[in-house]
Design a protein around this ligand. Structure first.
Ligand SMILES: Nc1nc2c(ncn2[C@@H]2O[C@H](COP(=O)(O)OP(=O)(O)O)[C@@H](O)[C@H]2O)c(=O)[nH]1
Ligand SMILES: [Mg+2]
Length: 288
């Protein structure tokens, strides 16, 4: 065990924590056996020496088995069996990072007993990364964490070069709808990015307090988090990560109809948020 690991998380003084913040990386994973091990091993090389939480979405392949073997990796299962359940999974990952909500349950596994005594001070920052990324590198962690620590941003989000057929829902639904209903928001390249980092106090505000705790269960979660973060007055920086190569593109590269549920959930989430923030009538300004 390294010196850093020897110090229990609760003993780390506030001064140490501002110099050397404690980071947890959360991977939501559904059938990611081909990529999960590489992804976790790459991020564990980061200078922040992060812990890892994997939130499984009832994978039917070897994702859980592989993740359970890895050091300082807590594997939990999302609490509701529903697909798509990315929103359920992200919320569960945050509740685990904030309070250790799931790690004492029988569905969880960790090979580090210390991870079972998490409280709301265990981590300073939580970073979500997709588990299906083939070309993830430790640099992604540093790129997403640095603007929060050094430039005063509350949240960072990754954007990338992608295959031209990738990102259809982003290009055709999320960006145009955000422009109509939330025109003051910066024009994000990737409003549905799965690579998102924020301080724990930002995450807890988003899932608990000002946002009435109504997180979407499925694909609406990413754009919901983006809108709620802005509406709560937090500052977001979009950070360029280079090229993103991920396995999920295979599912819709040739048949874009496979994105139907995602398109539906993203568009209805933006509409819901538009109603919530009295923006619905903005549609009258759209020139067709
Ligand atoms: N736990 C959980 N993870 C999911 C679910 N759906 C997708 N994921 C994970 O969320 C991430 C993004 O999903 P992906 O299918 O790659 O979406 P895309 O990149 O937008 O095409 C990946 O790591 C998936 O394994 C789900 O229902 N539950
Ligand atoms: Mg993907």
């Amino acid at each position: 065990m390294s010196k850093t690991e020897e110090k229990s998380k609760q003993e780390i003084s506030p001064k140490d924590r501002s110099v050397n913040p404690k980071l947890v990386i959360i991977f939501c994973a559904k059938n990611s056996e081909a990529t999960i091990e590489n992804a976790i091993s790459k991020v564990r090389q980061s200078n922040y020496d992060p812990d890892v939480i994997v939130v499984d979405g009832f994978s039917t392949d070897n994702t859980i088995k592989i993740a359970k073997r890895l050091e300082r990796t807590t594997v939990i299962q999302q609490p509701i069996k529903k697909y798509p359940g990315k929103g359920i999974a992200m919320r569960a990952g945050l509740e685990e990072a904030l309070y250790g909500k799931y790690s004492n349950k029988s569905t969880s596994h960790t090979n580090d007993s210390e991870a079972n005594i998490k409280n709301h001070n265990t981590y300073d920052l939580a970073l979500f990364l997709d588990s299906d990324i083939k070309n993830l590198s430790r640099d992604w962690v540093d790129l997403l964490v640095a603007p929060i620590l050094k430039e005063g941003y509350d949240m960072t989000r990754g954007y990338y070069d992608r295959h031209p057929r990738d990102g259809a829902v982003t290009k055709l639904i999320a960006r145009p709808m955000l422009e109509v209903f939330f025109p003051e928001a910066p024009q994000f390249q990737q409003p549905l990015s799965g690579e998102v980092c924020a301080a724990m106090k930002v995450w807890s505000t988003l899932i608990e307090h000002n946002s009435s705790g109504q997180t979407p269960d499925g694909w609406g979660i990413d754009v919901w988090l983006l809108i709620e973060t802005l509406m709560n007055g937090f500052k977001i920086k979009e950070v360029f990560m280079g090229y993103k190569d991920h396995t999920s593109l295979d599912a819709y590269r040739e048949e874009v109809g496979n994105l139907r549920r995602m398109a539906e959930q993203v568009s209805f989430t933006v509409l819901n948020e538009a109603v919530k923030y009295n923006r619905f009538d903005n549609y009258r300004n759209v020139v067709l």
